[in-house]
Ligand binder design. Structure first.
Ligand code: SF4
Length: 391
């Protein structure tokens, strides 16, 4: 990637007016579909990789106009690391042609331990990738089997040091609340995770999305979902254990060593514009949110036919934009910055949501500081329910 000098914005631009300085590329390929996964992807269809790359190029042409300088680039999936070496090379060439990364950029890729070769790791480095998001989920083989993951602890033990030799910013994704997982086992997972000293850790509770194999198996009684109080104890354990080990919580699901909070996510959480390419990817440009077709085949067919891969488009009015910003920022640990919120949205937070804030402050789920409205620790457990009242 060509580097240029980055001049960070000094004033906060009003919502929806900033040029995009971030891009998300969705890579929809996996070896197989894990039982709990409802992401946009195809499993066992590596034959579609060439079509995907062709469609991606067409979408870049349609979507990316003048603004090509990025602070952050994120390859997510699916499993981007599952692309073959020739496909990865083609993808990186394409991105290099279309985007220029600023000095101090962040370029992330999601990878899975299974099938991750040294050749691919070296290729990532050559392409300028400087942040690895590693989908580990657990260190326990039994839990990995239950989650239908295709890696085992032996794979983790092998690839983590290999990645850490090459990258200074490695993040672990972990899942808690798998069937059969005890609080002690979750604690072992956390302890094992920090023994590797990754720079960043994300923890997610297992969800049973309608339509997934897990959802059906739970309906049939084959899988027993953890009681809510067990899941809460596990989340609470992560929140109490990780900060003491040098990982500050900066968002509901995210913990990082100092200086390693994910910069790409900050773009979403601050309501900045971004490109989104690939099936199911969302973008936010000129104040309009567009989500591409979630079906990989629809997106491919339409894009390859010279049309648009757009699925839903939503243009929010100024008040809706402000409310959405409040919801996203509430998920961060510092919360909603009252002054900058007004500066960007042109709405006073308390005119917009005063009664809701008062109500939840009284419940003990929100608190106010001189500069922010934020979730309390108790509020983090119920954030998904609470934020709906801000809309
Ligand atoms: S590897 Fe990740 S993206 Fe692929 S099926 Fe499993 S959970 Fe979904």
């Amino acid at each position: 990637m060509t580097e240029s000098i980055s001049i960070p914005p000094v004033a906060l631009p009003p919502l929806g007016t900033d040029p995009p300085r971030a891009a998300y590329i969705h890579v929809p390929f996996c070896v197989h579909r894990c039982g709990y996964c409802d992401f946009t992807l195809v499993a066992g269809r590596d034959d579609l990789m060439d079509d995907y790359l062709e469609a991606l190029e067409l979408e870049l042409r349609r979507q990316v106009q003048t603004q090509r300088t990025l602070d952050t680039l994120f390859l997510g999936g699916g499993t981007p690391s599952h692309l073959t070496v020739p496909a990865l090379k083609k993808l990186f060439t394409l991105l290099n042609e279309w985007f220029e990364l600023t000095t101090g950029y962040e370029f992330s890729i999601e990878v899975n331990p299974a099938g991750l070769s040294i050749e691919k790791m070296d290729l990532f480095r050559e392409a300028g990738i400087n942040r690895i998001s590693l989908g580990l989920q657990s260190f326990d083989d039994e839990i990995l089997r239950t989650l239908e993951r295709d890696h085992r602890y032996a794979d983790i033990e092998q690839v983590v040091p290999q990645l850490q030799e090459r990258f200074e910013n490695v993040s672990f994704d972990l899942i808690f609340g798998a069937p059969g997982e005890s609080l002690d086992l979750w604690q072992e997972t956390l302890t094992r995770a920090i023994s590797f000293q990754p720079q960043h850790i994300s923890t997610y509770g297992l969800t049973y999305e309608k339509g997934t194999t897990f959802w059906k198996r739970r309906e049939r009684g084959e899988l027993v979902q953890q009681p809510e109080e067990v899941e809460q104890k596990m989340y609470d354990r992560a929140m109490s254990f990780l900060p003491g080990q040098g990982y500050d919580q900066y968002e509901i699901s995210n913990f990082a060593q100092a200086g390693f909070a994910c910069r790409h996510n900050q773009v979403y959480w601050n309501g900045y514009s971004y490109y989104g390419l690939g099936p199911g990817a969302a973008r936010y440009l000129d104040g309009v949110r567009t989500t591409n077709h979630r079906s990989v085949f629809n997106w491919l067919n339409r894009t390859l036919a010279g049309g648009s891969g757009d699925g839903e488009t939503e243009e929010l009015n100024p008040e809706e934009k402000a409310r959405e910003l409040a919801v996203i920022q509430l998920r961060t640990i510092p919360g909603i910055p009252i002054g900058p919120f007004h500066e960007r949205s042109k709405f006073d937070l308390f005119d917009l949501a005063g009664p809701v804030i008062d109500h939840y402050v009284e419940s003990g789920w929100l608190e106010m500081t001189d500069s922010h409205v934020r979730l309390t620790k108790a509020g983090r457990f119920v954030a998904d329910t609470l934020v709906v009242d801000f809309l």
